[in-house]
Unconditional design. Structure first.
Lengths: 176, 194
C-alpha cells in the first residue's frame, strides 16, 4: 500500500470510533487496509480481537456477543462480503445489530482483475441482504460515516457497512 | 462407522438437566428440535438458518458471558459447514464453552443423505488437530452425565462428538421469530431491547 502520510489518520479513526462506540469485540479477516485497527485491537486489553478463517464466522460471533450483552464489529475486505451472504440472513431475521468496515478491492486502480467482480458486486450484494451502506473516499469522511453507522447499528438494531474505497486506501504496490 | 446408537432426545435431555446458569445455542434442524423437546427456555437460542454458525454464535456468547457455561448443540452436517470455526475457537480457548456435536453421520433434515462424518471424517480428530484441550467421543449413554458436568465446571474448552442413531423423530418446533428469541434471551440476562 502507498498511503498518503498526511491523510493516514483515518486508519486510527477507524479504531477510535469503534472503541468510543463501546465495541468490545473486533472480529476480522486481515486486510492491509485494516492493519492499523487490527494492531490496535489486538493490543487493547478491553477488546477481544478475533481472527477468523472466513468472514461469515464473524457474523455468528458478533450475534453471540450481542446475545451476551456486548457490542462488536467485523473488519473485512470486499471479497469477504461474498462469503457472508447467506449468513447475513441471521442478522436480518433476528435484527441483530451489525457493524462492518469493508476495505474495497476492484473499485479503482485495481491491478488484479480477479478482484473486480466481487468488488463491483460488494455494495449491491450488501444491500440485497438488507445492509445499509456508506462509502468513504476521502480521509475526513471515515470518522463521521462510521460514527453514524455505529449509532444506527447499536441504537437501532440496524445492519450497517462502511466501505473504504480504494482511492482512500491507496494503490496496492505490486512491484517491490 | 456412521453415527451410533444413542437416542438423540435422551442425550439432549440428559445434557440439559438441572441447567442452572447454562446458555444454549442450537444448530438448525434436528438439534434445535432436540433442545426444544427438552423444554423451551429463555436462555436457549435456536438457529433456524445460517448453517455453519452455531459454534461461532456460541463462541461470541461465551466471550461476552465468561461466568456462565455456554453449550452449543449442533449436528455433524451443521458443524461440517463451519469447520473453520474449530480453528478460530481453538485459538480463543474459552473455558466456559462446550460444543456437543450430535453425529448421526447423515444430513437428517434433507432426507438422510450420508454426510462426510458418516463417510470417514472423524470430527474428534479434526478438533484434536486444531488443538482443542478436551475432546470426547461419546458412544454410551453413561458418557453424557460426565460431559454435562465438565461443561458446567467451566474448567476447559470442550468438544464432544456424541454418536447418535440416524432416526427421523417427530419435530418439536421452537419459536421461529428471531427477534423474539434474541430479545427474550437478552432480557433473561438483564439487557433491554434497543
Amino acid at each position: 500500500m502507498t498511503p498518503d502520510p498526511d491523510a493516514a489518520s483515518w486508519r486510527q479513526d477507524v479504531f477510535d470510533v469503534l472503541k468510543a462506540a463501546g465495541v468490545r469485540h473486533v472480529a476480522y479477516v486481515p486486510d492491509a487496509g485494516h492493519a492499523t485497527a487490527i494492531r490496535l485491537a489486538e493490543a487493547d486489553p478491553e477488546i477481544n480481537a478475533v481472527v477468523l478463517t472466513t468472514e461469515e464466522e464473524g457474523i455468528g460471533y458478533l450475534a453471540g456477543a450481542w446475545l451476551g450483552g456486548e457490542r462488536g464489529a467485523l473488519l473485512m475486505q470486499s471479497s469477504g462480503v461474498g462469503n457472508c451472504i447467506n449468513t447475513l440472513g441471521l442478522v436480518a431475521c433476528a435484527r441483530f445489530p451489525f457493524l462492518t468496515v469493508v476495505t474495497m478491492r476492484g473499485d479503482w486502480a485495481e491491478f488484479n482483475p480477479w478482484q473486480t467482480p466481487m468488488g463491483q458486486a460488494t455494495e449491491p450484494a450488501l444491500r440485497l441482504m438488507g445492509v445499509l451502506t456508506w462509502r468513504a473516499e476521502e480521509p475526513e469522511q471515515v470518522r463521521p460515516l462510521l460514527q453514524g453507522a455505529a449509532s444506527m447499528a447499536f441504537e437501532g438494531d440496524a445492519a450497517c457497512a462502511v466501505l473504504l474505497g480504494q482511492r482512500l486506501i491507496g494503490r496496492k504496490e505490486w512491484v517491490k | 462407522m456412521t453415527g451410533g446408537t444413542l437416542d438423540r432426545r435422551a442425550v439432549v435431555a440428559d445434557l440439559l438437566r438441572d441447567r442452572g446458569a447454562l446458555c444454549v445455542v442450537s444448530g438448525l434442524g434436528s438439534p434445535s428440535y432436540d433442545v426444544m423437546a427438552a423444554g423451551d427456555h429463555d436462555l436457549n437460542y435456536y438457529l433456524w438458518a445460517a448453517m455453519g454458525s452455531a459454534m461461532t454464535v456460541g463462541l461470541g456468547l461465551a466471550a461476552a458471558q465468561p461466568d456462565r457455561p455456554v453449550m452449543v448443540v449442533t449436528g455433524d452436517g451443521e458443524a461440517l459447514m463451519g469447520l473453520g470455526a474449530l480453528a478460530t475457537i481453538a485459538l480463543r480457548r474459552p473455558r466456559n464453552l462446550g460444543i456437543v456435536i450430535l453425529d448421526n453421520g447423515h444430513f437428517g433434515e434433507t432426507g438422510m443423505q450420508p454426510s462426510h462424518a458418516g463417510q470417514g471424517i472423524e470430527l474428534t480428530r479434526v478438533a484434536e488437530a486444531c488443538g482443542f484441550p478436551v475432546v470426547d467421543r461419546v458412544t454410551e449413554r453413561q458418557g453424557i452425565a460426565p460431559l454435562r458436568r465438565r461443561i458446567h465446571a467451566m474448567e476447559s474448552l470442550t468438544l464432544a462428538v456424541v454418536k447418535i442413531a440416524a432416526a427421523d423423530l417427530p419435530r418439536a418446533l421452537p419459536p421461529r421469530d428471531g427477534v423474539h428469541g434474541k430479545n427474550r434471551f437478552r432480557a433473561a440476562l438483564g439487557f433491554q431491547p434497543a
